[in-house]
Design a protein around this ligand. Structure first.
Ligand SMILES: [Zn+2]
Length: 236
């Protein structure tokens, strides 16, 4: 029975991941999220139900559109798979509560925002708003004191804002996300999340410097690292 529940949670996570893909590709182009039928990105042929099954369709189609045979981005199945793993990890760690549901939605938003930041070095305001709404809903169900949340929300973003006043180092989206995540986690988990983010981003930047893919003064997307930090700080 337990195994069946795990499989169900994983599959539901994959379905959410499919919606995350919709968010990533439709929001920047100001397309409707719910009423437009999904179509091939190359030939715009509407997709049949069997072409939209998370992960499975990609495998059946061997990564190519059924109509024009153009390659389908591997990002689709990877996002779906990753979303399934996120759902399963959160469920196994905390069970089914409103708190875990709120954090699951926040994690899905982090996944979408991370991919957007990696692709376009920008994030969608609407996803930040959804994240903020679920952080607020969470504060109704989770006993974390309000003052701890407010400290988590203000502390690091204020510091980074002051750093930005001297020299712009962090994007506006990063600061908003730190405020939302800080409110959700409170202190000291916001600090743990931020240290993990800085540490992982530094390793990545050094790696890019070593393979000469970046110059010393160039920017790297920070949201993926913030997301890693938030997720680890949440589940430990
Ligand atoms: Zn096509």
């Amino acid at each position: 029975m337990k195994t069946l529940i795990f499989i169900y949670v994983f599959l539901m996570g994959c379905v959410f991941g499919s919606f995350v893909n919709v968010l990533i590709f439709r929001l920047p182009h100001k397309k409707k999220l719910f009423w437009d039928r999904s179509a091939c990105m190359s030939c715009h042929h509407p997709l049949a139900f069997w072409e939209m099954i998370p992960v499975v369709s990609y495998l059946i189609l061997k990564g190519k559109c059924h109509h024009c045979h153009e390659s389908i981005s591997v990002q689709y199945p990877l996002t779906e798979l990753f979303s399934g793993i996120l759902a399963l990890t959160i469920y196994v760690r905390f069970g089914l509560t409103m708190h875990t549901f709120c954090f699951f939605i926040f994690s899905e938003m982090l996944l979408a925002l991370s991919i957007m930041d990696m692709r376009w070095m920008a994030v969608a305001d609407r996803l930040l708003i959804v994240s903020a709404v679920f952080a607020l809903i969470d504060s109704v169900f989770d006993p974390l004191p309000f003052w701890i949340r407010i400290q988590g929300m203000i502390m690091i973003p204020l510091l980074l804002y002051l750093i930005n006043c001297i020299k712009t180092a962090f994007g506006e989206g990063d600061l908003y996300l730190l405020m939302i995540g800080g409110y959700l986690l409170g202190v000291p988990k916001n600090l743990i999340a931020f240290v993990i983010s800085l540490f992982s981003a530094s390793i990545y930047a050094l790696f890019l410097l070593a393979v000469k893919k970046r110059k010393l003064n160039s920017y790297i997307p920070f949201v993926p690292f913030l997301s890693i930090g938030f997720f680890i700080a949440f589940i430990i």
